[in-house]
Design a protein around this ligand. Structure first.
Ligand code: UT7
Length: 325
């Protein structure tokens, strides 16, 4: 028994944050941002939470798979920007969809989160525990970005992607690889709660600046340039195939320079690597499923194709999966 992805969906909030708008907020310019990151604009969820984005992506994925919410056995949501600590994002989506049979929980693996969720779903399905699983990567990163910090505010955006994974006689997820190096966690950090130093006293409210994403960009860049290819090598080795047998590479959209590094490292034709970072920026766990949903919508996914997904980022984490359409 294996598993197969049978539906893809995405939702991007309509409001665009362009490089020229960022020029008004911080000391930066369009040329620097495009050259150093490949990003031209990103989307911002004004007045909408992560659950709202996630539900719209989930509905699109269910429609693509031809499934009803009541058929879901499990919902796994990958996010670093849930609306609440509890209920989980997955439980909020379950309620909104009316997926009354489903178990639901969140995972936190930042930009590798969707690939982690896929591996967990595949493992449950391969074990015969469930039939139909919804996996999500959904973020409202704009809520934890300091828009006076030019090293981070230019990179991140909001969005959600989803996929339906079903038990299958075919092995649609032939190999996966998950990895983390928590010792490097401090180079990309967003604080959740202050320490309870004065639990019964009066605490000053936490300012947004102290909760915002703080990143040593150069170190994260170095990690990504070495660990993304290492995860790719490892998942190819596990599948027993070479990169030439892959139809599409779908990398986490963190920086166009990282994607170009992958293209150079494997001597890939550019048209085999899916890129939409110019339009949506880095939406952390949502980038890969948003790419997949766009590819589906644009007719780029054909039956029998093999895709290599690779995520890397906060944690620090890295993860790769090979999927067959
Ligand atoms: O999804 C999780 C994974 N995330 C990533 O993989 C992100 C990885 N990191 C990056 O994408 C890059 O490190 C950045 C895009 C964040 C920065 O690019 P960089 O090539 O590492 O630039 P840098 O931080 O070394 O800065 C180079 C210069 C500095 O000026 P000086 O010291 O050379 O005078 C910065 O102060 O560019 C300056 N700079 C900017 N200039 C204009 C930094 N940010 C900006 C900006 N606009 N927004």
């Amino acid at each position: 028994m294996g598993s197969k992805i049978t539906g893809f969906g995405a939702y991007l909030p309509p409001q665009r944050l362009t490089n020229s708008r960022l020029e008004q907020l911080v000391e930066t310019n369009d040329e620097w941002i495009v050259q150093r990151t490949g990003i031209r604009e990103r989307r911002i969820a004004a007045g909408e939470g992560t659950a709202s984005l996630a539900v719209k992506a989930a509905r699109a994925a269910l429609a693509d798979a031809g499934k009803e919410p009541g058929e879901l056995d499990l919902i796994i949501a990958a996010t670093v920007t849930p609306d609440c600590f509890t209920p989980s994002l997955a439980c909020m989506v379950q309620a909104e969809l009316g997926a009354g049979r489903a178990a639901a929980f969140d995972i936190s693996a930042a930009c590798s989160g969707f690939v982690y969720a896929l591996d967990i779903a595949d493992s449950f399905l391969a074990a015969g525990k469930f039939q139909t699983v919804l996996i999500l990567g959904a973020e409202t990163l704009s809520r934890i970005i300091d828009y006076s910090d030019r090293s981070t505010c230019i990179l991140f955006g909001d969005g959600a992607g989803a996929a339906v994974v079903e038990a299958s006689a075919e092995n649609g997820v032939p190999a996966t690889y998950l990895w983390a190096d928590g010792t490097q966690g401090g180079v990309l950090r967003a604080q959740a709660l202050p320490l309870g130093e004065d639990p019964l006293g009066v605490r000053a409210p936490q300012s947004i600046a102290s909760r915002a994403v703080a990143m040593a960009g150069g170190e994260v860049l170095r990690f990504s340039l070495s660990e993304a290819p290492r995860a790719m090598d490892e998942v190819l080795r596990r599948a027993g195939i070479t990169i030439d047998e892959i139809d599409w590479i779908v990398p986490h959209q963190a920086n166009k320079r990282i994607i170009s590094g992958i293209i150079r490292r494997y001597h890939l034709p550019e048209e085999k690597v899916y890129v939409n970072i110019d339009r949506f920026g880095n939406t952390s766990s949502a980038t890969i499923p948003i790419c997949l949903a766009e590819m589906r919508e644009n007719g780029l996914l054909q039956k029998g194709q093999r895709l290599l997904l690779v995520g890397f980022g906060g944690g620090l984490t890295a993860a790769a999966a090979i999927i067959e359409i």
